[in-house]
Design a protein around this ligand. Structure first.
Ligand code: GCO
Ligand code: MN
Ligand code: MN
Length: 389
C-alpha cells in the first residue's frame, strides 16, 4: 500500500479562494477568519501541493490602486519563491461585484461588457506575471432567470466576441496561454449559458482560435445536473480538449456543495481518477472545493490533505483494478474481438469494404446470447474499492 503523500509531480492545485473560504453561505455569514494569501501559499507548499490558482480579486482587492497592486503582487511572488509553489492557472472574478449582477461578457449593457473585457485583460496580465499558462473562464453570471430579458443567440455571439478579443490579446502579448472554459448548469444564475461540457466543446469550434481553447470540467457541476462526469471528461480528453479539471464532491440534485474530493460517490470518483491516470492526463488537478462550514481553521487543512490523499488512494485502486486477474479476465472476455469484423469496422468506407461488410457472417440471435457478466464485474469493483480484495 502506498503512503499517499502528495508529490509535486502529482500536480495538485488549490485555489486561493478554496482554502481561504470563510464558510459563509446564503443563510449565514463567515465562520472563520481567513489567513492571508501569503500564509495560504506557504501552508499549501508544506502539504505537498504543486500550485495555487487565483481570481484577480483573491489577491488584489477590487479597486486597488496600481501601487497597492504592485506591493501585494511582489509580496505574493516572494511567497511563491520561498514556498516553491507555482501558479498554473488564473481567472477573473466576473461575478462578485454588483456591476455583474446581470452578466459580464453577455450583459445587455455594452459598458458592462467593456468593463468585463478590460478587467479580464488586466487579470490576464496578472496571471501572466505570476507564470500562469492556463486561463479559466467560468461564466458564473452569464445567464438568466428571465428569458424575456436577453436573446440567447445574441448572448452567445457576445460571449464569442469577448473570447476572440482575449485570445488575440494573449497571442499579441506572447503569453503562451491556453484558455479553459468551465461549464456549469446553474448557480448563481437560474440558468447559465453553455451548461455542459458538450455545449462548451461545440461552442469552442466556433471561436477564432479554437486551438488555444479547451475545457475545465468540474465534478460538482455535472453532478448537480445528474450527468455522468466520467463520460463528459472522457469526451473532452478524447478531443484533446481537457486543459484543466476541477475536482470536488457533490450530491446530485442539491445546491452547489463544493465538498472535499472523495466525500461523495467513491465509485464515480474512482472511474474519473482511473480515466485521468489510464490516459495520462498531464494537466493540473485542481481541487475546487472548500471545507465544511463546521470546520475550524485546523480542519480546513485536514480538508486540503484529504482531497490529495483521496486522489492518491483512488489512483492506487486504479492500479489494483488494472492488475486484478479476475477483473482483467472478465474484461478480456467482454472485449473479445473478431478479426474479420474489426477489419471491416476500422477500414472506413469503400466499395470493397462495403462488400466485405455485407458478406460478414453475423447471426443476431447468437450474438444476443453472448454472456455479459456485469453483475459480477461491478461487485468485484465494489469489493476492490472497499478493500476486501
Ligand atoms: C463555482 C466555480 C468557480 C470557478 C472559479 C474559477 O462553482 O463557483 O466552480 O469556483 O471554478 O471561478 O473560474
Ligand atoms: Mn463550482
Ligand atoms: Mn470550478
Amino acid at each position: 500500500m502506498g503512503n499517499f503523500v502528495p508529490q509535486k509531480s502529482d500536480k495538485f492545485t488549490f485555489g486561493l479562494w478554496t482554502v481561504g473560504n470563510p464558510g459563509a453561505d446564503p443563510f449565514g455569514g463567515p465562520v472563520r477568519t481567513p489567513v492571508t494569501p501569503v500564509e495560504r501559499v506557504h501552508k499549501l507548499g508544506e502539504l505537498g501541493a504543486w500550485g495555487v490558482n487565483l481570481h484577480d480579486n483573491d489577491l488584489v482587492p477590487f479597486g486597488a490602486s496600481a501601487q497597492q497592486r504592485d506591493k501585494i503582487v511582489s509580496e505574493f511572488k516572494q511567497a511563491l519563491t520561498d514556498s516553491g509553489v507555482v501558479v498554473p492557472m488564473a481567472t477573473t472574478n466576473l461575478f462578485s461585484h454588483p456591476v455583474f449582477k446581470d452578466g459580464a461578457f453577455t450583459s445587455n449593457d455594452p459598458k458592462v461588457r467593456a468593463f468585463a473585457l478590460r478587467k479580464t485583460v488586466e487579470s490576464i496580465d496578472l496571471g501572466a506575471e505570476l507564470g500562469a499558462k492556463i486561463y479559466v473562464f467560468w461564466g458564473g453570471r452569464e445567464g438568466t432567470e428571465v428569458d424575456a430579458s436577453k436573446d440567447a443567440v445574441t448572448a452567445l455571439k457576445r460571449f464569442r466576441e469577448a473570447l476572440d478579443f482575449l485570445s488575440e490579446y494573449a497571442i499579441s502579448q506572447n503569453y503562451g496561454m491556453k484558455f479553459a472554459l468551465e461549464p456549469k448548469p446553474n448557480e448563481p444564475r437560474g440558468d447559465i449559458y453553455l451548461p455542459t461540457v458538450g455545449a462548451m466543446l461545440g461552442f469552442i469550434s466556433t471561436l477564432a482560435h479554437p486551438e488555444m481553447v479547451g475545457v475545465n470540467p468540474e465534478y460538482a457541476h455535472d453532478t448537480i445536473a445528474g450527468l455522468n462526469f466520467y463520460h463528459a471528461v472522457a469526451q473532452a480528453l478524447e478531443m484533446g480538449k481537457l486543459f484543466h479539471i476541477d475536482l470536488n464532491g457533490q450530491k446530485p440534485g442539491r445546491f452547489d456543495q463544493d465538498l472535499r474530493f472523495g466525500q461523495e460517490d467513491y465509485k464515480s470518483n474512482f472511474f474519473l481518477v482511473k480515466l485521468l491516470e489510464d490516459y495520462k492526463y498531464d494537466g493540473p488537478k485542481h481541487f475546487d472545493a472548500h471545507a465544511l462550514r463546521t470546520s475550524d481553521p485546523a480542519d480546513v487543512w485536514e480538508f486540503a490533505k484529504g482531497c490529495m490523499r483521496s486522489y492518491l488512494i483512488l489512483k492506487e485502486k486504479a492500479q489494483q483494478f488494472n492488475a486484478d486477474p479476475e477483473i482483467q479476465a472478465l474484461l478480456q472476455e467482454i472485449n473479445a474481438g473478431d478479426a474479420a469484423s474489426d477489419a471491416v469496422l476500422s477500414a472506413g468506407f469503400s466499395t470493397e469494404n462495403l462488400a466485405a461488410l455485407k458478406s460478414l457472417d453475423l447471426d443476431p440471435e447468437a450474438l444476443a446470447l453472448k454472456p455479459l457478466p456485469y453483475e459480477k464485474l461491478d461487485q468485484l469493483t465494489f469489493e476492490l474499492l472497499l478493500g476486501v480484495r
